[in-house]
Write a protein that binds this ligand. Structure first.
Ligand SMILES: Cc1cc2nc3c(=O)[nH]c(=O)nc-3n(C[C@H](O)[C@H](O)[C@H](O)COP(=O)(O)OP(=O)(O)OC[C@H]3O[C@@H](n4cnc5c(N)ncnc54)[C@H](O)[C@@H]3O)c2cc1C
Length: 402
């Protein structure tokens, strides 16, 4: 079996969406992980008939950034229920859309943790099951046979909501188009995405936490809101039968490796979806900057950004807007880095992976996922200045001197 994306440069062209594997008429393509834990297609040349369908269905290189394209609508969104917002990453836009589909006896696809705390896509048909899909899991989700399940649902003319990253949505759309299946009852919702971290490093991190905390893991949450009453700062919470771990994103090692761009899938650094030319009907995200755009609408429990990209998306939005809090915004107010360009690669990415291969996860985490002594000293000094109520004064003086 030969990987279609063996070379590093080639790997940047594959998002692992599974469209090529599923479309192959002779089942010559199988997805298997590389040494960073990301899935890539491997072709069995003995069975391959060189029909070229795999290349035709690939969404990654084919997506063109249409600079002229702007959304039909840009909105701030707050779910009417504060409880839903606490259980969601931002304003609970996903729950409102999913509930609408489930009320119509439809099915919903989205990312959940399985019993090993791996991120995988699942299919649900009840509102009770929604809680598994709610909240962001900042790790690449495995699609397995999801495209085949969506196909079966569409062939039965079920109302289907598929949610995921833009590249997953684009892969599904290409697959459905290639298979000539009607997408009349398919609604696609993507997220604005900073990039997807490595499932291998996530597994290492979870095993490390399990050993540190003791007991069995009961829940994992990347966006815990209860303890500090808000959606910022981002808080990682891991609950075991013995202990509860809680750390803000700037001091949790997994978040550090994610936000410092050591562990993103290589193609994320060349993502063609970091603009307003979206492959979905509706895009959801965190509405960063809402307090500047409309301080009255900003809220500590979180606000979703919602982009309406198609007529289908507009009719869904018109339905959900009735019951929830909406703020009509525009493309200037909602601009954020991953609507403008792909996340830049960390120049030390290769060194991180070399340390990981040679010395293991603990060494790599200590070296790259924690503060250096200089940053630690700086943070401690800032805490001290805050305690004696002079931090703001010192900051002001420093700004002036600069
Ligand atoms: C890897 C990743 C990177 C992100 N980067 C950004 C960003 O740069 N800027 C920004 O504004 N927002 C980003 N988001 C989106 C943001 O975290 C929230 O998902 C968004 O605000 C919607 O929140 P909500 O309250 O409406 O619903 P929630 O209930 O929080 O949303 C859940 C939705 O996210 C989907 N989802 C969760 N994890 C994954 C995953 N691993 N892969 C695919 N889909 C997933 C679910 O299927 C569901 O549709 C990112 C999300 C992920 C998963």
């Amino acid at each position: 079996m030969k990987c279609m994306y063996l070379e590093t440069d080639e790997r940047r062209k594959c998002c692992g969406c599974t469209a090529c594997e599923k479309v192959c008429p002779t089942h010559a393509i199988k997805m298997s992980p590389d040494n960073e834990g990301f899935l890539y297609p491997h072709v069995d040349n003995q069975i391959c008939v060189e029909c070229g369908l795999c290349n035709q269905v690939c969404p990654f290189g084919q997506h063109k950034d249409n600079k002229e394209k702007i959304p039909l609508g840009v909105y701030g969104f707050k779910h009417k229920s504060n409880e839903v917002r606490i259980l969601s990453s931002s304003g609970g836009a996903f729950t409102a859309i999913a509930n609408m589909v489930l009320e119509k006896k439809g099915v919903v696809y989205g990312c959940a943790f399985n019993d090993k705390y791996e991120a995988v896509h699942i299919r649900i048909t009840t509102c009770q099951a929604l809680e598994r899909i709610r909240k962001s899991k900042y790790v690449q989700s495995r699609l397995d046979d999801i495209f085949l399940q969506v196909q079966a649902d569409l062939e039965e003319e079920k109302y289907v909501l598929f949610t995921g990253t833009a590249c997953q949505v684009a892969g599904l759309s290409k697959y459905i188009e290639q298979k000539k299946i009607s997408n009349k009852t398919l609604l696609c919702c993507d997220i604005i995405c900073h990039g997807v971290p490595s499932p291998l490093i996530w597994k290492e991190y979870i095993e490390y936490q399990r050993a540190q905390l003791g007991g069995m893991i009961q829940s994992v949450c990347f966006r815990e809101k209860n303890s500090h009453g808000g959606w910022t700062p981002l808080v990682m919470q891991i609950r075991t039968t013995e202990k509860v771990y809680k750390k803000q994103s700037d001091s949790d090692p997994f978040y550090r490796l994610f936000f410092d761009h050591y562990i993103l899938r290589p193609c994320c650094h060349e993502c063609p979806f970091t603009n307003f030319s979206r492959p979905s009907d509706i895009t959801i995200a965190d509405f960063w900057g809402i307090e500047k755009a409309n301080s009255g609408f900003a809220d500590s429990l979180g606000v979703s950004l919602l982009l309406v990209n198609s007529e289908k998306g507009a009719s869904v939005f018109n339905y959900i807007k009735e019951d929830n809090d909406i703020y009509q915004s525009n493309i200037q107010e909602c601009l954020q880095p991953n609507l403008q360009q792909p996340t830049a690669i960390n120049p030390q990415r290769e060194q991180f992976w070399n340390v990981y291969y040679e010395q293991g996860f603990l060494a790599a985490m200590k070296m790259y996922g924690q503060d250096s002594w200089k940053i630690k000293a700086k943070k401690n000094f800032a805490v001290f200045l805050r305690k004696i109520h002079v931090l703001d004064i010192v900051k002001r003086i420093m700004r002036k001197t600069r």
